[in-house]
Design a protein. Sequence first.
Length: 276
Amino acid sequence: MSTRILITGAGSYIGEKTHTYLTKKYGYQIDTIPTKDYTPKIDDFIGYDVVYNVAGIVHIKENDENRQLYYVVNRDLVVKIAECAKAAGVKQFIMLSTMSVYGKSIGHITKQTKEDPQNAYGKSKLEADQLVSKLADESFKVAILRPPMIYGKGCKGNYQSLRKFALKSPIFPAYANKRSMLFVDNLSEFVHLVITNQMEGIFFPQNKEYVNTKEMVEAIAKIHGKKICFTKVFNFVIKHIQKGIISKVFGDLTYEKVDLVDCYSFQESMQYSEEE
């Protein structure tokens, strides 16, 4: 393909996975640029058709000392990147945002749900979404991706915590819940669709199926030949204490079923995530 893409956020998990996937499968011309201590310049973006921004701070514990850094990186830097990209003649700007802008640990989210972020990560991401959206016009399309939990081989965050539990614990609650999730290669596939169809607006890229946490733990254990006993003995407690870590693991948190990606099924995604 002749489309030239620049990924801002070189070295990040999403950036590297997207680069590899789109280059191998579709033959895009892709360059990456690191954003640590980076000052964007218009010249950096000349000659590119699409900029995909994955730069941002995530997976660090928020405190008084680092709170402002979220806004410096997740908002100010991203807005400056978008401004330079537009000035350089880039036709499309794709932003990796987050489900956290809705501020929910349990519940169901639709395109009509009002954003209500509860921490600096979500607030900084939402402010970036809003400011970059104002730059959009007929010659500069803006696509904002708000994925749910992303998982895949080598992924950090909640998936790694579940993985460690699945490989070490002999028991796990047999609790029925539903969560929107997104396999990292399905995300890359959605980015391809956004580029080829010149899509703009806010999107909820997600796997076709909702995921049950118990099924994910079971799949990880099975792939590695680990035996794990699933019990309902904890279900009463889980049902009545839907907050903190319990709600993050066992609560229902779903998007409406839009922007579905079914390039890889749940079972296929688990095999790819856990292959040696």
